[in-house]
Design a binder for this molecule. Sequence first.
Ligand code: 6PG
Length: 249
Amino acid sequence: METALKEDIWIFPDFDSLGFAAAELFMAAADQAIDSRGRFSVALSGGSTPLGLYHILGTAYHGRSAWEHTHLFWADERCVPKDHVLSNYRLAYIQMISRLTIPQQNIHRIKGELAPEEAAGEYEEDLKRHMGEKGTPRLDLILLGLGEDGHTASLYPGSAPLSETERLVLPVFAEATMNWRVTLTLPVLNNALRIVFLVSGRPKAGIVREILGQGRKDRYPAGRVAPAEGSITWLLDTDAASGLEEPAS
Ligand code: 6PG
């Protein structure tokens, strides 16, 4: 049974229940976007936490009509070919995309095989072309993970992309993993209709407490995600939430 600390922080007993709750949120956001705008534009998170969600979407929800009207983007990607073990696209493809009827032209992959700056520029043009809006595109949903250092997407503490106010997509050299990546910037994250953070495991308890429990969120990239006209939902398992105060009974 989940516990609601506040309306935007939900705690689940285990990884599986977190994944199923995330799938319900994902499909609700899809149905709402398609009902009101005829399509659903979502950016997927990288990393391992969302794999449970992607598997559930690719199996329990594979029959939904929403997939025909869904456009997949990514919050970030490693600069590797799409079949490389480190590719965020590859993880989503295996668990989800390969099982769904999402039209190929609706898969807006970050081309990690290109040079970082070229991949970033091409992805930014694709995002702008798809969203067709003047100014910063507004994605219906962006899924994000959380690193133990407070990074999210490929926005790392102290990195240049954190202070970007114009460009939507930037290349970044991730010192922590010693590889080039391409990431959405805060202007895009903070213009989303909905942000959902997925965080699992005891190693994340400290950073979750820092960001959600101690009022020190602005020190960390993940804490600077604050959509001006959107919502943020944190989906945590009990291990990741173990550093937070119990809700007043
Ligand atoms: C990536 C992600 C990154 C990830 C966090 C958490 O490409 O790795 O964008 O921000 O979400 O590092 O990763 P885990 O889910 O594997 O803990």
